[in-house]
Design a protein around this ligand. Structure first.
Ligand code: BGC
Length: 428
């Protein structure tokens, strides 16, 4: 790769999925949910039965890491119950196949879904969720400690709590319940701290575990510089979704519970007359393009922000960082390739000035069930044909491009055919 940006040899080049989005056959609060496009997660990518093939695809991609979830609802039928041996075996087999392929797993313990008995008891509003989760984690870690050392307790607690209690996007679809949002975050933060203790204890004798959350980082701003109310809304959003959450998980003595911080980075949300100017918030992509807002099918892109936030988080918390998710959804593969190139350039810039970033996980391995949006958002390195009941996977051009990066352990300065930087591209 000519003119390449070299990364440290031990850097993890990975990809990521979550159980509800890819496995299928789950029994949690999403099972009966029907998304905006009519899709549901009951089969999803059938990764549940197809994981062996998907590991082969990962080997073809040349990734050396995989951020995967383990679905709590499969493993525990009741609070404090023993783990389901058969389901555990399946995950063990997946982990063994990853190992044989030279792929390091990072295991996510909570990714937007809960066992039905947690939901029935009031979800994370009920403080009883905390000891129940900690018990599950202790049992799981003691079963998997020889195979896993990277533990990601919670994926995007802010997204989970806001979509369940503020924005009405996730079951149970409540809106504007700020107190419930805050309680959920506080309970999850308490669970993280206690889970971190049991992971350290349970993993005794195995490889020293690494423990952290994945924080979704979104920048917020007004669309028009001097729009006072939009300014205010951006400030409130930043405080609620970024500052409050980081402080609950990493403030004061709680910082010691984490050995790393995961960052999920997709970009920027700007407000215009109180409306978020992103397709995921309902804004019309054509209108956004006319206004010069550069988006994929979900969010406004802001590659420069990645470098900024990595440097800031490094300065503030001094923890090793992983980019636990970055990717884009678009039918335009050139756009996705350019997006990846620009973000990796920023990432490289941060590493070069001494920010301790240890890995990058592309979201996602497969096109998958994108929660409220169903199957209409294509994030995969591998495309999945959901119209074919065999759910065939095919390598995308973005996947091929990422394979080149994983193999070279380096990112190109520019994508193969691109001449226009992403901040000047307008999606038609
Ligand atoms: C979540 C994923 C989701 C992705 C793209 C992240 O917020 O962790 O589950 O699919 O963003 O929207």
């Amino acid at each position: 790769m000519s003119g390449a940006l070299k990364f440290p040899d031990r850097f993890l080049w990975g990809t990521a999925t979550s159980p509800t989005q890819v496995e299928g056959h789950v029994a949690n609060e999403w099972t009966d949910y029907v998304a905006a496009d009519g899709g549901h997660c009951r089969v999803a990518c059938n990764h549940y039965h197809r994981y062996a093939e998907d590991v082969e695809w990962m080997a073809q991609l040349g990734v050396n890491a995989y951020r995967m979830g383990i679905e709590w609802s499969r493993l525990q039928a009741a609070p404090f119950a023993p783990l389901n041996g058969q389901e555990l075996e399946r995950y063990v087999d997946l982990l063994d196949r990853l190992k044989a392929a030279g792929i390091t797993p990072m295991v996510v313990l909570h990714h937007f879904s809960n066992p039905p008995w947690i939901t029935a008891a009031g979800g994370w509003l009920n403080p009883a969720a905390v000891p129940a989760f900690v018990d599950y984690v202790a049992k799981l870690v003691s079963a998997l400690k020889e195979r896993v050392y990277l533990w990601n307790t919670f994926n995007e607690p802010d997204t989970y709590a806001s979509l369940t209690y503020l924005l009405g996007g996730f079951p149970p679809f409540h809106k504007w319940r700020l107190r419930s949002y805050r309680t959920t975050i506080k309970h999850m933060a308490a669970a993280h701290v206690r889970a971190s203790e049991v992971i350290r204890q349970a993993a005794d004798g195995g490889r020293t575990p690494e423990i952290g959350i994945a924080k979704n980082w979104t920048f917020f701003g007004p669309f028009q510089k001097h729009a006072l109310w939009d300014h205010l809304l951006a400030g409130i959003s930043h405080h609620t979704f970024n500052r409050f959450v980081l402080n609950e998980f990493l403030g004061g003595p709680r910082r010691a519970a984490s050995t790393f911080l995961g960052v999920n980075y997709y970009g920027l949300t700007r407000f215009k007359n109180f409306e978020p100017m992103v397709p995921a918030g309902g804004a019309c992509p054509k209108q956004l393009a006319r206004l010069g807002v550069v988006c994929d099918d979900m969010f406004e892109r802001h590659p420069g922000g990645l470098g900024t936030i990595l440097r800031n988080l490094h300065r503030r918390y001094g923890l090793p960082l992983y980019i636990t998710e970055h990717g884009s959804a678009s039918a335009d593969e050139d756009f996705r390739i350019l997006d990846l190139t620009e973000h990796l350039r920023e990432l490289h810039g941060a590493v070069k000035v001494g920010v301790d970033v240890r890995g990058f996980f592309y979201w996602s391995l497969l096109d998958n069930f994108e929660w409220q949006f169903g199957y209409s958002k294509r994030f995969g390195l591998l495309a999945v044909d959901f119209n074919d009941e065999n759910l065939p996977r095919t390598m995308t051009r973005v996947g091929e491009f990422y394979r080149g990066i994983c193999r070279a352990r380096a990112a190109p300065l520019a994508p193969p055919d691109a001449s226009v930087p992403i901040h000047r591209i307008c999606i038609p």
